[in-house]
Design a protein around this ligand. Sequence first.
Ligand code: SF4
Ligand code: SF4
Length: 286
Amino acid sequence: MPFIIDQKLCVGCGSCIGNCLNRAIIRRGNQVLITDMCCDCGICKHYCGMDAISMGPTKAELNNIKLDKALKEKLALTRDIVAMKFADKVPEGVVEEDGLNFWCHICGDIFQGQGSPLYFTAKNSTCGGSLALGLGARSIDRDSFNAMVEITTGQGGYFASQDLFTKGRSLFPQFPKVYGGLILGSLAQMKMPDMVLFPLNGKQMCMLSTAYAFDTGEVMTGNAGAGTCLGMVTIPFLENKPVFSCGDNGGRLHMQLRDEEILVCIPYRLVSGIVKNLDKTVFAHE
Ligand code: SF4
Ligand code: SF4
């Protein structure tokens, strides 16, 4: 537990609990405690009028090479892990995508080991996924737009009508702004990403969600029937909650997912705690 509470100073007011984005502060009996879900952000310290919160002897693990290795080993993952980070301009040393591509296709390449970070923007997006990713829409002419609507709705599409497509999209949180781009790369090659994304099977998902629930008491929720990008990115980024999804047909094809695989996306700041907790749950006895 990176940050700690001095029990002699704490009066149990709970002000810190509601202000921890990671849900890392809990009540246990008469005590308020910080769990291993703490990511060292230090926010809670500013809400404690008793000055009872301070940095503890250990730190959250923010070394992505170590986190990547630990996640793969503890969950027996067979693919690489995608890390994503929003940025309004291309960071130094990151390659800018120069052609048209699909977000899901880039993720699929990273799962297969092609993990050098690249900068993806709306102008690179072949489909309307850039809108779902908070990057805005690529300008296309009316005929191309109509053709896209025809492919995605009606007989043989994803929704019976464009209205239903819009309704499905409205069930997800809305980005407060349009971001310049999204950096996509393997976790081991990225610094301080916003989210991590990877495929896993039912048993691995059970292990992961148990590790998350262990210290938070919260369940991971999933969605099915929405676009892969929409279902995977909005909730982790905007609500700081992990989410799982089966993705959509096109996304599954581009990501080269096996039939038994689903996807999980986790806010980066929760990963260190989940990795620690993977050693504590019922699965640690196996
Ligand atoms: S995650 Fe941040 S707010 Fe939560 S306990 Fe740790 S330092 Fe405090
Ligand atoms: S804000 Fe301070 S005094 Fe109040 S419960 Fe948290 S640690 Fe204790």
